[in-house]
Ligand binder design. Sequence first.
Ligand code: ZN
Ligand code: ZN
Length: 326
Amino acid sequence: MFAVPSPEQKTDVQVGSLLGQGTGARRPIGVIGGVMEVIPTADILASAYLALEYVDSLVPPIPQQELVRSAWNYMLDNYTKFQIATWGSVFLHELIYVSVCLLFFLSQFLPFMQKYKIQQDKPETWEAQLKCLKMLALSHFFVQIPLICGAYHFVEFFGIPYDWESMPRWPYLVLQCYSCAVMDDTWFYFTHRLLHHRRIYRHIHKVHHEFTAPFGMQAEYAHPVETVVLGAGFLIGPMVFRSHLALLWIWLLFRLLETVDIHSGYNPPVNPMHIIPFYAGTEFHDFHHMNFEGNYASCFIWWDRIFSTNLQYKDFQHKRGKEKEQ
Ligand SMILES: [Zn+2]
Ligand SMILES: [Zn+2]
């Protein structure tokens, strides 16, 4: 039987370990000290602590962990917190968005990708893409970047740490990132449905629906009010976890990959995003743009299933399946 630690003996290390903190240094399997009266519930908890400590000790480090640690510490030593949170976040957002959009932009010139285009009858046009690009340049300069510049104040207000020692280990970062996506998707589903209300739609959300056959860079093509309202869901997870600046950046990477992917207009058989459990996918959101109704969630399938807002999509899939059979 395991002894249960007294409150004083539950050190920060144990609690920190349960939160998955401390990427930098691998902790040994700790002995939970102190002998006191053993009660069954506490005994189970103590066993759970030890089991978690054990599992934690088995998790391998990230590849090139030393290199990542040196790079992270170099950044901390050479830039202020304001520069890191503000310009680091702006730089990452622009770099990821432009790179991923460029990848999907090139798809239209690759012959082997053409069979994976979802709406075959609506190829990308230069006119639409140029219009989108101009609007995006304005939107990024006057809306997105000023909003992202608030990152420093957000991080400071919620006491989110920057240092390497406080960084959660990678499995916890992955779990927290997935949880951020679940919370954001819930926010997105309900606010998106609200934006489709007949009295609101034409004032705000109509902009995003201008192109019925989506293409990658259309992901952030939206009215400024929509950018603020839907974008607010991004902050829920980081506010709940207050985990680390790294979580904010990893979550930013994931969210941008996801939103550009679901707007890409292409559904190739190999897509790393499809390893994400319950991921709705490109066809799912593409249908929303084609049909204007249903499939209101962005990332996951469950909200549309719960509220039966995926019925038109299921019907569409059924009909298309039959057409392929004939
Ligand atoms: Zn919509
Ligand atoms: Zn969309």
